[in-house]
Design a protein around this ligand. Structure first.
Ligand code: NAD
Length: 343
């Protein structure tokens, strides 16, 4: 019998990590043993893992990636790490960056140290296109210097650099993936697509930043998870891989599509002051991932978006009461993570 591969997936109760774990265990014959380590912050939700909860190959550990003793014990039994756990919301990092530095930088360091001590086989550092800052035209390749704008992006860039340093200095097999904006089911309603959809479904308005010209490339979460899995299986040590979606939209265009999908019109849009340090555009060149790993996003955007809207429509119990307070008449003047538009 094939011995199962033992994977530690951090942040596996969040949006992307849970999709990754559900995908891994979707094949009942896959020889895997998957342990999720998740602190269950406001962003984590065990219901995201309902589909795998009873799978004998699955274990859940509630804990903090900064807890050195716990991480050390887990790394003793898990030779492969796929590291999703992070504070992930830009607006929260602008309101206060402590948790971002702690989890994203110190937590990553705690994991890397334990991985090194236990001679881990590989460590996938899941990162973001935001580490490069804004690009006016064209797309970044993986050798673009890092120039993060927000404290969130700076904390992810710091974690990436630490991770890569463990490869260069110690020879640890670290691979970094940097993806564009993800969308799909189970995303916390503080993020732009679920926030707009849930507000519109509930008859509320949606807050659009500035003039809405900010542009993002959209990637379905399942395509991202497929890309991360290719990085884990086929990637090379010390290498960075871009996982793009190939569907670029301004926030204004995205808002138009969401209004249409929810049967609403522009009277439901509130214009709010732009986010501080708001990057105009992100775009990654994913030629390397395509050529070396065979990566390509498969989900057609219109279909993925319709399915996402349908999921929120069908699962109000999952999101109701969890989103930012977008109560009418108060958000234009308000500040802080609960009242700003999302990226
Ligand atoms: P998320 O906020 O939905 O989930 C994060 C998960 O990490 C939650 O389950 C939370 O409980 C857990 N967590 C937070 N702090 C922890 C700690 N100290 N110890 C253990 N667990 C902790 O985030 P997401 O959108 O799923 O993002 C996952 C990863 O992908 C992050 O590293 C993020 O930077 C990266 N990423 C996300 C996007 C996106 O569009 N969402 C884009 C690029 C990169």
């Amino acid at each position: 019998m094939t011995r199962p591969q033992r994977l530690l997936v951090t942040g596996g109760a969040g949006f992307i990590g849970s999709a990754y774990v559900r995908g891994l265990l979707a094949d009942p014959a896959a020889p895997l043993a998957v342990t999720v380590l998740d602190k269950l912050t406001y962003a984590g939700d065990l219901r995201n893992l309902d589909a795998v909860r009873d799978d004998p190959r699955f274990t859940f550990v509630r804990g903090d990636v900064c807890d050195a003793a716990l991480v050390d014990a887990l790394l003793a039994g898990h030779p492969q790490v796929v590291h999703f756990a992070a504070e992930s919301h830009v607006d929260r990092s602008i309101a206060g960056a402590d948790a971002f530095v702690r989890t994203n930088v110190l937590g990553t360091h705690t994991l890397l140290d334990a991985a090194l001590r236990h001679r881990a086989e590989l460590f996938v550092q899941v990162s973001t296109d935001e580490v490069y800052g804004s690009v006016a035209t064209g797309s970044w390749t993986e050798d673009q210097p890092l120039a993060p704008s927000s404290p969130y992006a700076a904390s992810k860039a710091s974690a990436d650099l630490l991770a890569l340093s463990y490869h260069r200095t110690h020879g640890l097999d670290v691979r970094v993936s940097r993806c564009s904006n993800n969308y799909g089911p189970h995303q916390h309603p503080e993020k732009v697509i679920p926030r707009f959809v849930t507000n519109l479904l509930d008859g509320r308005t949606v807050p659009l930043y500035g003039d809405g010209r900010n542009s993002r490339d959209w990637l379905h979460v399942d395509d991202h998870c497929h890309g991360v899995e290719l990085v884990r299986r086929r990637g090379r040590a010390g290498r960075v891989y871009h996982l793009g979606g190939g569907h670029e939209l301004t926030n204004r265009q995205l808002t138009g599509l969401l209004l249409e999908a929810c049967g609403a019109d522009w009277s439901r849009v509130r214009h709010v002051p732009d986010r501080k340090g708001h990057d105009l555009r992100y775009s990654v060149d994913w030629t390397r991932a395509r050529e070396e790993l065979g990566y390509r996003p498969r989900r057609e955007f219109a279909d993925g978006l319709a399915a996402t809207v349908a999921w929120y429509r069908d699962n109000p119990d999952w999101w109701r009461g969890r989103g930012p307070d977008d109560g009418e008449g108060q958000a234009d003047q308000a500040s802080g993570p609960g009242s700003r538009a999302a990226s």
